[in-house]
Design a protein around this ligand. Structure first.
Ligand SMILES: [Zn+2]
Length: 374
């Protein structure tokens, strides 16, 4: 993980980076940040940076063997601990046994919450903990020489879920770790940690993201419009996992509406056309434009599907279904006419023309184009 992959938080990144440049890396640090903060990510980016073989001024190189192994969480000198519970597949759960699932979560989601981890393991009704045996295993592992890195790193996600016995077992190592060993503890609830843990770690307070950091992340990396990004950032309240959830809820929601609308346009059901025109016209103007744009993209993808197959388009399975059906009833001429119709509607929505009429008129036009013989 690179610092560059984490939005904003410049001042915290700089403190961490400088500690490495100045050779002041504390051997036990606590990254404290609420759920949906970047506490885990900063700890991981820090560990990546410390072990990078070609450090840049403000980040790890991302290309050396160490960075590549860190990015996949497969570095032999990175020891990860996180809360676990027995799953259907793993009866005697340990962090080692569930590491493949944890790697998948980080790769798939990038930002994730404890709840996401519970869902990933499908252990909703179980208590997840970091067991005392895990502390003992880690202590044994770090007593050995590093395999290839300069520093062995122990990264513990959600230290508050390690019991008293396990935490006590760690104390000696936190105080006097073996040579070239760094402990990075991550906690969402540092007030639940033993004072003996708190007193032995240097605390890095990871503040929540600002609204500006979240909205630029959504615009730059998730293709969210400025208006939507601002609104989502406001609702997410500094929690990036929540922001991403809101984003995908909204996307799915209006995607499914557009798909239903296009089906109605195809069948020519007039009462339903009127209903959808009312529904769409009641949504904010920015959303109305997104609806038309999304319809445009569906026709474009359907034509592409018809011409070249699925290879060139990126689709999920539900989209694929609609697009393959759509591709059977359109052709180049029809898509060209639909484009014109949707682009006209877009311009009219922008000019504040009564959008209920615009959507109804567009629905009729699409119906006529679907049925036309070319
Ligand atoms: Zn590197």
């Amino acid at each position: 993980m690179l610092f560059a992959q984490i939005p904003g938080l410049t001042e915290i990144k700089q403190t961490l980076i400088q500690s490495v440049h100045n050779n002041h890396v504390a051997h036990a640090q606590l990254f404290a940040g609420t759920s949906g903060s970047a506490a885990f990510h900063l700890a991981l980016a820090y560990a990546t940076f410390i072990n990078c073989e070609d450090k840049q001024t403000n980040d790890a190189c991302g290309r050396c063997p160490s960075c590549i192994k860190y990015s996949k969480l497969i570095h032999p000198d990175l020891h990860l601990l996180f809360p676990v519970a027995n799953t259907d597949a793993v009866k005697d759960a340990t962090a080692d046994a569930l590491l493949p699932a944890f790697r998948e979560l980080v790769q798939e989601r990038f930002f994730f919450s404890f709840q996401d981890w519970i869902e990933k393991l499908d252990v909703e009704n179980k208590q997840l903990t970091i067991k005392v045996e895990e502390s003992r295993t880690i202590i044994k592992k770090i007593s050995l020489k590093a395999y290839e890195a300069e520093y062995k790193v122990v990264l513990i996600w959600l230290q508050e879920l390690m019991g008293t016995e396990g935490s006590n077992a760690l104390l000696k190592s936190l105080e006097e770790p073996p040579a070239k060993t760094i402990f990075l503890l991550v906690s969402e609830q540092p007030d639940k940690l033993l004072t003996t843990i708190l007193s032995r770690t240097q605390r890095i307070t990871v503040r929540p993201f600002t609204d500006a950091e979240i909205s630029s992340f959504l615009m730059d990396h998730k293709q969210v419009s400025a208006a939507d990004a601002t609104r989502i950032a406001y609702l997410a309240n500094g929690n990036i996992v929540e922001a991403l959830r809101l984003m995908s809820d909204e996307e799915q929601d209006y995607e499914s509406k557009v798909k239903q609308w296009l089906r109605v346009c195809y069948t020519g059901n007039i009462p339903e056309m009127i209903q959808w025109s009312e529904t769409f016209s009641a949504s904010p103007r920015e959303n109305q434009k997104s609806i038309l744009q999304f319809a445009l993209s569906i026709f474009r993808d359907s034509l592409m599907y018809k011409e070249v197959g699925t290879n060139l388009i990126r689709l999920d399975s539900t989209e694929n279904d609609l697009i393959s059906k759509m591709s059977a009833v359109i052709d180049f001429d029809k898509v060209a006419k639909m484009n014109t119709s949707l682009n006209d509607a877009y311009a009219q929505v922008e000019r504040n023309i009564n959008s209920k009429l615009v959507f109804l008129d567009t629905s009729f036009q699409l119906f006529k184009i679907f049925k036309s013989v070319t």
